[in-house]
Design a protein around this ligand. Structure first.
Ligand code: 13P
Ligand code: SF4
Length: 329
């Protein structure tokens, strides 16, 4: 089987790499130089990949970094829609991701045909889509948002306009509450954030009465209503750094704890507990965790799997992304 067929079948280059440990990291950095590549990573990937990245950030900052880069190859360590976003912004650059299987439950919740039928029911509505969606859905969108600018994006739309908000219903309910706007919601959810256990959280709060609860807006309303602060991954990180408080219960994916603990080593950081079915005590995104150093090396070496976006989808998707980037400067 040739390499491309193999990648199309399994979703990544599965050849074993001849390096281990620090050698593997060094080889990745060497490849980065040789190929003028930039490694962009989200806070939810494993710490060793976060540490190798040229740029680490939340979804908005990563899209902004992808827009600005002058590298020849973008290597996106996150999930598929993030790589796709980078490709929409950079049609002439090569964009590779370590594993095509790294999807997202939110993006999966909105298949293009179903979303088109939903949108057709509200022909007058402005469509706001969370960046966690496919390029096909972005192409049917007027303006994209992320967790860090969703309030601003919705507030930018004239008050007399109907608004469809997709695909995250929890973020949508949060934005509706904060802005007072009546949003037409698509019923999608993040499997990681909705798995945070209220029962267990109550216990953790009792055991840590001085801790502030900080939460990502993809969490359920019952969690958000108890939170002392709600924000994107970067906003949570900044809150912990800037706050006078010394203890925090963090309701988001556990990958963020790496940078949090590094930036505030003397503060107590407690991950919000997930339900029993999650094997670890905290919340882990199975898609983000598909990024490994081996797959990263192979993606850079073989320049596969490569993200492609058809031009008839890319153009309208770019318009929706640009609309967001313009109001987020
Ligand atoms: P942010 O980093 O933009 O807060 O997004 C969180 C997330 O779930 C990414 O998939
Ligand atoms: Fe998608 Fe949730 Fe994973 Fe983020 S944490 S990539 S929203 S499944």
């Amino acid at each position: 089987m040739n390499l491309l067929d193999e990648v199309n079948k399994v979703g990544y280059v599965s050849r074993s790499v001849p390096f281990k440990g620090t050698d593997l990291k060094e080889e990745i950095l060497k490849l980065k130089k040789e190929k003028n590549a930039v490694i962009l990573a989200h806070y939810y990937v494993d710490a060793e990949i976060q540490d190798l990245a040229d740029f680490l950030g939340d979804s908005l900052a990563l899209a902004q970094a992808a827009e600005k880069t002058d590298a020849d190859m973008i290597v996106f360590c996150g999930v598929h829609f993030m790589g796709e976003t980078a490709k929409i912004l950079n049609p002439n650059k090569k964009v590779v991701i370590p594993d095509f299987n790294a999807g997202c439950s939110l993006a999966d919740s909105a298949p293009k045909e179903e979303f088109a039928a939903f949108k057709a029911q509200y022909p007058e509505a402005v469509v706001v889509s969370y960046i966690n969606c496919t390029a096909d859905v972005k192409a049917m969108t007027d303006i994209i948002c992320t967790s860090s600018n969703a309030l601003k994006v919705v507030e930018s739309i004239p008050a007399d306009k109907q608004i469809i908000f997709a695909p995250d219903a929890n973020l949508g309910r949060y934005v509706a509450k904060k802005t007072g706007r009546d949003l037409i919601l698509w019923d999608g959810a993040c499997i990681v954030h909705i798995d945070i256990s209220l029962e267990k959280l109550k216990k953790v709060k009792e055991e840590n009465p001085n801790a502030l609860l900080i939460a990502h807006p993809e969490c359920k309303e019952v969690i958000l209503s108890q939170a002392d602060f709600v924000g994107s991954t970067t906003a949570l990180l900044n809150f912990v750094k800037d706050s006078d408080c010394h203890e925090f219960i963090v309701a988001t994916e556990a990958g963020i704890l790496h940078k949090m603990k590094e930036s505030v080593p003397n503060k107590k950081i407690i991950p919000a507990p997930a339900n029993e079915k999650n094997t670890c005590a905290c919340s882990e995104c199975p898609y983000m965790k598909m990024n490994t150093l081996e797959k990263l090396y192979n993606a850079m070496f073989y320049e596969l799997p490569e993200i492609q976006v058809a031009e008839d989808i890319r153009e309208p998707a770019l318009k929706a992304l640009k609309a967001m980037l313009d109001i987020s400067k």
